[in-house]
Design a protein around this ligand. Structure first.
Ligand code: IGP
Length: 261
């Protein structure tokens, strides 16, 4: 079994237990359910930097990145740095995150927040909303076309933006539909962890112009961004490059200052 299949299998067990612990009616009582969401896609369309900065403590590919940062500080720091949005890993077992991280980020900044999660059930979209997310991620590699349609339409009904992630042409072809806002190309193969920016470059021409294009993973310098912009990318998802430092917000700030020069 590859790592992605393992994560997905564990996620199904986890979500079944979560559902038995917290009923949907309780999620819907969250005050955050009434909060007007902010569109990340709109912010990316009008930004000239397009940075989406991630909170990620560890990952299956890197194991430990940083366990010493405080999510409140990171969220405030990213906002001060001028990023367009923040991505918060909520998977516990493989990434050391939690829904509480999302809630704390929500309490600390006004940025559009992406719930970074392996979504396999509509219930997780209600959780995303209840804990303060504005955007959800759907990963084409673990979903059928019908699931992508069902989950993205449900997310839109909750006023959440949808970022659909692909890694190859086949995933892209099966996923294109009007209920998506942003098309993300993951430069990291989630099965082998190989990273190449060429994945974003080669798939860009196949993405219809009505979607905001986001390049994800393995971005560690300004040159990478400059090399992706001519391919139409307006969003750049960066995790480790900021999180591996002592102050993720300051790192993002320096990065954006250099980008604006
Ligand atoms: O830390 P990086 O290489 O900058 O990558 C960030 C982000 O793209 C990565 O965490 C990611 C992209 N798609 C995912 C899906 C699940 C978990 C994590 C991810």
């Amino acid at each position: 079994m590859n790592i992605l299949d393992k994560i997905t299998a564990d996620k199904r067990t986890e979500v079944a237990l979560r559902k038995s612990l917290i009923p949907i009616s309780q999620l819907e009582q969250s005050v955050l359910f009434e909060r007007p969401t902010v569109s990340l896609a709109e912010k990316l369309r009008t930004s000239n930097t397009g940075i989406i900065a991630e909170h990620k403590r560890r990952s299956p590919s890197k194991s430990v990145i940083n366990h010493n940062l405080n999510v409140n500080d990171v969220a405030k720091g990213y906002e001060e740095a001028g990023v367009c949005g923040m991505s918060v890993l909520t998977d516990g077992k493989y990434f050391g995150g939690s829904l509480d991280d999302l809630l704390l980020a929500r309490a600390s900044c006004n940025l559009p927040l992406l719930r970074k999660e392996f979504i396999i059930d509509e219930y997780q979209l209600l959780e995303a909303k209840a804990y303060g997310a504005d955007v959800i991620l759907l990963i084409a590699a673990i979903l059928t076309r019908d699931e992508i349609k069902q989950f993205s339409e449900f997310a839109k009904s909750l006023n959440l933006d949808v970022l659909l992630e692909v890694h190859n042409e086949e995933e892209l072809n099966k996923s294109i539909m009007p209920s998506l806002d942003m098309l993300g190309v993951n430069n990291r193969n989630l099965k082998t962890f190989d990273v190449s920016l060429n994945i974003s470059k080669s798939l860009s021409a196949l993405i219809p112009d009505d979607f905001v294009k986001v390049s994800e993973s393995g971005i560690s310098n300004i040159e990478a961004i400059k090399s992706l912009q001519p391919f139409g990318y307006q969003g750049f998802l960066i995790g480790e490059n900021f999180m591996k430092t002592d102050n993720a917000g300051d790192s993002a700030k320096t990065f954006i200052e250099q980008l604006n020069k």
